[in-house]
Ligand binder design. Sequence first.
Ligand SMILES: Nc1ncnc2c1ncn2[C@@H]1O[C@H](COP(=O)(O)OP(=O)(O)OP(=O)(O)O)[C@@H](O)[C@H]1O
Length: 254
Amino acid sequence: MSTLLEVSGLQMRFGGLLAVDGIEFHVDAGEVFAIIGPNGAGKTTVFNCVSGFYRPSAGRIDLDGQAIAGLPGHVIARRGVVRTFQNIRLFRSMTVVENLLVAQHAHLETNLLKGLFKVPSFRQAERRAMEQAAYWLDKVGLRAHANREAGNLSYGQQRRLEIARCMITEPKLLLLDEPAAGLNPHETHELDDLIRDLRKQHGVSVLLIEHDMSLVMAIADRILVMEHGRPIVTGVPAEVRADPRVIKAYLGEE
Ligand SMILES: Nc1ncnc2c1ncn2[C@@H]1O[C@H](COP(=O)(O)OP(=O)(O)OP(=O)(O)O)[C@@H](O)[C@H]1O
């Protein structure tokens, strides 16, 4: 398997606080890789470094062998790394389908003049954008809600729309920040199926932060466990589950 994302020696300092230090991991093409750890362990900070929200204090982040650490978020997104947020960020007063059309805008080969004069290439791009939106609405089960305001969807539907909005840009790496937070067991089960499908049908790699252990253990190929900003162990779910250091980090000392 080829390596898609390689992170080494990652460090992030906020003033006197070393929030992340010595983080190393890689994500292979098509892999689901999870980062877990107690609250405040530094998981979101790692995400923010990978997605370009923070410039790391030290370390390397390579995508397909090219350095991306410190690049602006929109440049990293164009290279194929997109993310969802712990607190869902949709255009709440736009409709569901509009959210999917806007997401594609940055990736469409169109410009304002072409749009004004409706040249054929613009119309073609528009048609393709609609087709893609319809495809993703079906995929995440929101076709019947296409014209509803995104802010009026249920929590689980909003999470699925956020994932569709990412996937419609055809990313190489999808970062999911606590996608199961606030979902009921049925919705979590649907999310599990959706992530499996995205990997299988679309070959996307997934980097996941999640507190729902049953979801992580079910879908992650490998897991990095962090505590106090540092890695404690990386391994397949069975190894991680049985590791005394992980049990101690979660349950504390006897
Ligand atoms: N922008 C910031 N400025 C200062 N400190 C920060 C900043 N972002 C995060 N931190 C600190 O860095 C540490 C790691 O936080 P982070 O949010 O990455 O943890 P986490 O593992 O994602 O936690 P949770 O599971 O609660 O979301 C915490 O001590 C946090 O207070």
